[in-house]
Design a protein around this ligand. Structure first.
Ligand code: ADP
Length: 665
């Protein structure tokens, strides 16, 4: 292949522009990204070589070398990993394959400061080289290919890149950065070592640099450091999770998290344990502070990095955690799984089942810990329970709560709210997905309620505030908080001072269908079935209601006839105080809100005809009894208004307007 020019995919060009214009305040991260790519390439080689040892050629020791040339102003990162074929260089270094990155690109606002933050959170991988380089040359040969099938890729990071065939004896990749004027600091061995140990100590491969020596200048000219030709490792090169807790600093835990998650922010909590039991493994699990762009994308399977006896096996091993914990990042290193384990095998492995259960419990107990700290700070008298997020690494069995440490209590107090705002909706999926842990998950849920606009009310809080004689936990689902709060269905509850949970999350309706009771108390939607306030209603109230219903019967029959196409049934209710009517669904029916949501999403929803409940005391309803001439119009207005009140639309809006106008004039 002679020299060929290719255009970057449009998104790459956009990304490159952004990288070079917004990330200069944190230049050094490029080194972390490139070393991490080099290390991944070595992991891939090691993995492929399990089946084909010949791929090692004559260099079985995997390593990364970092070298600089002051005169040429270049910095070169070389690995002897899997390498790139020509096609792979074109594909991987010219496009953005990951849907998450594309999603990320679509969110850019054009405001540099905001975008820089976003990009930082995201991690830009290879392209971050252009923060410090105005030209990047990649020379590579894929392991297993002959020497004359190497590739040279080069670009100035603007619109296009060039690719040509080269001869390269050594397998693997060299990334040669031609540094920009303002990137001089990276032509300095000391500086490079400092950055490498900051970001890459946990990388399990040796990262080598040439030893330097001081050489006096001639003729009284100042001396300088010169390379000696001898290479030495500059990182610790022991996989971080294999060390004991006391050998890992908090900063190292955070840096490790950033390197595996491509997240910019520090995690909210982490837990590092060696688990011994039916199966032996090390777990290092992190709760991120921010949801990734693709949390809701179908491509996001979540999952942890899987190692077997320190050999990297796969990324995003979704079998290691249930899907509702897909936000958790981390590493599992198993001592028992076979090295050649595949994704399919993972699904069936008993060891994996044990790891999954253990890791699930561990995550739930981390969350319980965060929730406890939030509660402790809400009640200042309570014992403070701060922790640094680190739990003991020494041979803990799964399921034990993390130990606490008295620092940083106030910072920790806000962590659960932060977690919940980002991941609460995902956690709720667990009600339907993980029956074994349903009670623990239910305890972790937080809702807004008629006493709190913020989603801070736990089911236990609610129970503690229940009125004497109250037999259910009441809730309402709606599209928005305002719609929920002003829903007519709440009127009698407000009048009686009974708290109602307000649920406005899309998954609530579905998730709650799996939670019929909490701690022995049933959950009851106030928009489903007839209201039965049970003991909350006194005898005289009950009697009055029955009498009113009896007197209203003839009107009711006429209403049913008028609305037979729209309403499943019409009945008198005591749940309304100020509104004339509201819609409810049958006890076990799908709520109108959920049906509407399904329709909007283009899915088939069963036709649910709601029940119209009327407030016999309301003047508009009383008018029905007197105004024979307008009965039909009034009946339809009553129904359509009830629909409007809960965020729906009348089937025939024009007819609704006509009817109202006829009454207005
Ligand atoms: P990411 O590493 O997140 O996938 P990058 O933009 O950093 O994204 O890299 C894109 C792809 O280029 C990688 O997935 C990998 O296939 C390839 N690549 C990058 N660096 C190397 C390397 N040193 N050796 C082999 N392949 C590499």
């Amino acid at each position: 292949m002679s020299k060929n020019t290719h255009s970057f995919q449009a998104e790459v060009a956009q990304l490159l522009h952004l990288v070079t214009h917004s990330l200069y305040s944190n230049k050094e991260i490029f080194l972390r990204e490139l070393i991490s790519n080099a290390s991944d390439a070595c992991d891939k080689l090691r993995f492929e070589a399990l089946d084909n040892a010949a791929l090692y050629e004559d260099a079985p020791n995997l390593e990364v070398r970092v070298a600089f040339d002051k005169k040429a102003r270049t910095l070169t990162i070389t690995d002897n990993g899997i390498g790139l074929s020509q096609q792979e260089a074109i594909d991987h270094l010219g496009t953005i394959a990951k849907s998450g990155t594309r999603e990320f690109m679509s969110r850019l606002s054009g405001d540099q400061k905001a975008d820089a933050q976003l990009i930082g959170q995201f991690g830009v991988g290879f392209y971050s080289g252009f923060i410090v380089a105005d030209r990047i040359v990649v020379e590579s040969r894929r392991a297993g290919l002959p020497a004359d099938q190497g590739v040279r890729w080069s670009s100035t990071g603007t619109g296009d890149f060039e690719v040509e065939t080269i001869t390269r004896d050594k397998r693997g990749t060299s990334v040669i950065l031609h540094l920009r004027e303002d990137a001089d600091e990276f032509l300095n061995g000391w500086k490079l070592k400092q950055v490498i140990s900051k970001y890459s100590d946990h990388i399990s491969l040796p990262i080598l640099m040439e030893k330097e020596e001081w050489k006096e200048g001639e003729d009284d000219k100042g001396g300088e450091m010169v390379a000696t030709g001898e290479w030495e490792p500059v990182n610790k090169a022991s996989a971080l999770w294999t060390r004991t807790k006391k050998d890992v600093t908090e900063e190292q835990y955070v840096e490790f998290y950033k390197s595996i998650s491509h997240d910019y922010e520090a995690p909210l909590a982490w837990s590092h344990n060696r688990v011994e039991g039916s199966t032996e493994y090390t777990q290092l699990l992190y709760i991120p502070a921010k949801a990734p762009m693709d949390l809701w994308s179908r491509d996001n399977k979540g999952g942890l990095k899987l190692y077997v006896k320190r050999v990297f096996i796969m990324d995003e091993a979704e079998a290691l955690l249930p899907s509702y914990l897909r936000f958790v990042k981390g590493v599992i290193d198993s001592a028992d799984l076979p090295l050649n384990v595949s994704r399919e095998l993972l699904q069936e492995s008993r060891d994996v089942k044990a790891i999954r259960e253990g890791s699930t419990k561990r995550v739930l107990s981390m969350l319980e810990d965060l929730a406890k700290k939030a509660a402790a700070s809400a009640a200042p008298a309570a014992e403070s329970q701060a922790a640094d997020g680190v739990t003991d690494v020494v041979d803990k069995k799964e399921g034990e709560p993390a130990d606490a440490d008295a620092a940083k209590a106030s910072e920790d107090a806000g962590k659960y709210a932060k977690f919940y705002a980002e991941f609460g909706s995902v956690l709720k999926e667990g009600l339907g997905e993980d029956f074994a842990n349903r009670d623990r998950i239910a305890k972790l849920l937080r809702f807004a309620s008629t006493t709190s606009d913020a989603a801070t009310v736990s089911l236990a809080d609610y129970k503690a505030r229940m009125k004497d004689g109250q037999e259910a936990i009441y809730y309402i689902t709606a599209d928005t908080l305002a719609a929920a709060k002003n829903s007519p269905q709440l009127e009698v509850f407000k009048k009686k001072g009974i708290e109602v949970l307000l649920m406005t999350d899309r998954v609530d309706e579905w998730a709650l269908s799996y939670l019929t009771e909490f701690d022995g108390t049933p959950l009851q939607s106030v928009a489903k079935g007839a209201v039965d306030l049970g003991k909350l209603q006194d005898e005289t109230e009950k009697k009055a209601a029955e009498e009113a219903a009896e007197a209203f019967k003839p009107v009711l029959e006429k209403l049913k006839a008028s609305l037979k196409d729209k309403a499943e049934d019409v009945r008198v209710t005591t749940r309304l105080v100020d509104s004339p009517a509201c819609l409810v669904v049958q006890e076990h029916g799908m709520s109108t809100q959920l049906a509407r949501m399904l329709k909007q999403a283009g899915q088939k929803a069963p036709e649910v005809k709601p029940v119209l409940e009327v407030n016999a005391e309301h003047p508009l309803v009383k008018k029905l009894e007197r105004d024979e001439a307008h009965f039909d119009d009034l009946a339809n207005i009553l129904f359509d208004q009830a629909l409007l009140a809960e965020g729906g639309l009348p089937e025939d809006p024009a007819a609704y307007v006509r009817r109202v106008n006829a009454l207005l004039v």
